[in-house]
Write a protein of this length. Structure first.
Length: 178
């Protein structure tokens, strides 16, 4: 009797573009990522509607890849275009890459990043950028596969009250015709 099994074998790794149906899985994986980064669940504000709007809506702000092992969601990479003024070319910025604990050590992360690299190359992009927490043991993995720590660059972020205050300055200047 033929095997009617539809699930792939437990060791088969599949990396594929996420679809709108994956929004709940992506939100779940983002929650796992927050726990891995020692953040409380309340720090995750994203909802399925946000993923659907920004990842699959008319003005896509990001793309995502989902990785499955044996048909089970094992991680994701969420990325978007950036731009190098010096190179005059776009690149990809990986906002988040995450592999669930149960799937680590199986080359899942490598396969996921390889697909990100292939996407960048297929689009004629010259680089892939990402940021990593200082304490994250994945840094050694990234370095093994060829990512280079940009020690001379320091990340900065503007948000919250500081963002609102600076934006207000621009509105006031525009109102005054400055």
């Amino acid at each position: 009797m033929p095997n009617d099994r539809t699930e792939p074998p437990a060791d088969v790794i599949v990396v594929r573009p996420a679809t709108p149906a994956d929004a709940p899985i992506i939100v779940q994986l983002i929650g796992e990522l927050a726990a891995y980064e020692k953040e409380p669940p309340s720090s995750v504000k994203v909802a399925e509607a946000d993923i659907l709007r920004d990842g699959f809506g008319p003005q896509r702000r990001f793309e995502a890849l989902l990785v499955e092992v044996g048909g089970r969601a094992a991680g994701f990479a969420l990325f978007f275009h950036n731009y190098s003024t010096w190179e005059g070319r776009a690149g990809l910025y990986v906002e988040d890459i995450f592999v669930s604990e149960w799937a680590r050590g199986r080359n899942v992360g490598r396969r996921l990043l390889a697909e990100v690299a292939a996407t960048a190359e297929a689009r004629g992009f010259l680089r892939v950028d990402l940021s990593v927490l200082q304490w994250n043991p994945a840094r050694a993995f990234y370095e093994r596969i060829g990512l280079v720590e940009m020690t001379e660059w320091r990340p900065y972020r503007l948000r919250g009250e500081a963002l609102a205050s600076l934006a207000a300055e621009a509105r006031v200047a525009a109102e005054r015709g400055l």
